[in-house]
Ligand binder design. Structure first.
Ligand SMILES: NC(=O)c1ccc[n+]([C@@H]2O[C@H](COP(=O)([O-])OP(=O)(O)OC[C@H]3O[C@@H](n4cnc5c(N)ncnc54)[C@H](O)[C@@H]3O)[C@@H](O)[C@H]2O)c1
Length: 332
């Protein structure tokens, strides 16, 4: 009889010296979803877990170690201090905090920011190649502050930004047109939230601009004009998000896979283009635009050619963010 005995992740201490490490700060629903996807897709060699809630931290480590075991046991999952996490190749910040009763959004952001300040300072000095990925909301504000607080080059500080919204909208468009989802390009730029800019003028299915699809028949696309009406697609996305929130309270799986895709782009080092919140020198803050990613972080920012009206919307959303960042600076 053959006895199959996969390696035990908890005792696998003699792994090769140059291991790729990914640290997750805050392993609530989103942090755990990221860790789970990282292990399932074998993106890293070691997942370092940090959470101030030690009971939750231990529980997540055991649960994720089971995932690793099922996947072959090659990925070690263990607890790490902030200092140790700061030496990882990638650090993903998914901390969250509940609103106190009567606390305004601004007060909550202030409080969360002071947590960020303490985490970043205890992670310093960062490893020579550490890349930070900020997921915690409001993501563009925190990415902007993390960039300044960390002292890292702008190429090594990334926020998850608007990409998830762009993916959701592309998904609706793909469903309505029966198109291959991977053939859809529908970027959403700017500051994550109500003022983000849907760059419809650049949207395409395959090589065909969405604008032209209304007036022609494509063999791969079948949709009456009403179905690709922009307002109706936008509304459908809002309804879906609302249904997800009402149906399950939180929606960590999409963001978990998306952050994993960002990590894959970094690790694979092939210059894959992702839509991420990144430092925008003109406004001295971070918001979403496309960038090619590699082992050193952002290897190239990708220019996008939009209509003047879309640029104007982007300018407005950028100015709003700049003002909010300034207000926070003044209030400190
Ligand atoms: N960018 C996006 O698209 C997106 C999507 C969903 C959620 N989010 C954000 O992700 C964050 C996490 O969401 P969640 O649902 O997992 O929240 P959660 O409350 O389930 O988990 C947050 C975790 O952070 C931990 N934490 C708090 N302070 C910490 C500290 N100083 N050090 C270490 N750990 C700390 C908490 O103990 C908790 O376990 C939130 O900020 C949320 O708004 C972003």
């Amino acid at each position: 009889m053959v006895i199959l005995k996969p390696p035990n992740p908890m005792t696998n201490n003699d792994a090769p010296s140059k291991k790729h490490r990914t640290a997750i700060i805050g392993v609530g629903d989103v942090g755990a979803a990221v860790a789970n996807a990282l292990i399932l897709r074998s993106v890293t060699d070691e997942v370092l877990i940090n959470d101030i809630d030690s009971i939750l931290r231990e529980a997540q480590i055991y649960d994720l170690s089971d995932v690793s075991y099922v996947c072959g046991g090659q990925i070690r999952v263990r607890a790490a201090t902030h200092r140790e996490a700061g030496q990882a190749d990638i650090v993903i910040i998914t901390i969250g905090s509940r609103h106190f009763r009567g606390e305004t959004n601004v007060q909550h952001t202030f409080r969360k920011l002071s947590t960020f300040r303490s985490i970043i300072s205890s992670m310093k000095p960062f490893g020579p190649n550490t890349i930070l990925i900020v997921v915690a909301n409001p993501v563009d504000i925190f990415t902007s502050f993390v960039y300044k607080l960390s002292g890292l080059p702008a190429t090594r500080v990334i926020g998850s930004g608007t990409w998830l919204d762009s993916i959701r909208m592309s998904n609706v468009l793909a469903e309505r047109t029966n198109a291959d989802p991977s053939s859809i390009n529908l970027p959403i730029l700017g500051v994550n939230g109500k003022s983000q800019v849907i760059a419809w003028s650049t949207a395409s299915i395959g090589d065909t601009p969405v604008d032209e699809i209304k007036s022609q028949t494509l063999p791969s696309v079948s949709a009456p004009p009403g179905l690709i009406d922009r307002e109706s697609i936008h509304t459908e996305c809002i309804i879906r998000k609302d249904k997800m929130l009402r149906g399950k309270g939180k929606i960590p799986l999409g963001i978990g896979s998306l952050v994993t895709r960002i990590c894959e782009a970094i690790v694979s080092d092939q210059g894959r283009v992702c839509l991420v919140s990144q430092y925008q020198p003109k406004w001295d803050c971070c918001f979403s635009s496309p960038a090619a990613l590699g082992k050193t972080g952002i290897v190239k920012t990708v220019e996008i050619s939009m209509l003047p009206s879309e640029w104007q919307d982007l300018e407005e959303t950028a100015k709003e963010l700049r003002e909010r960042v300034d207000q926070i600076h003044e209030g400190q």
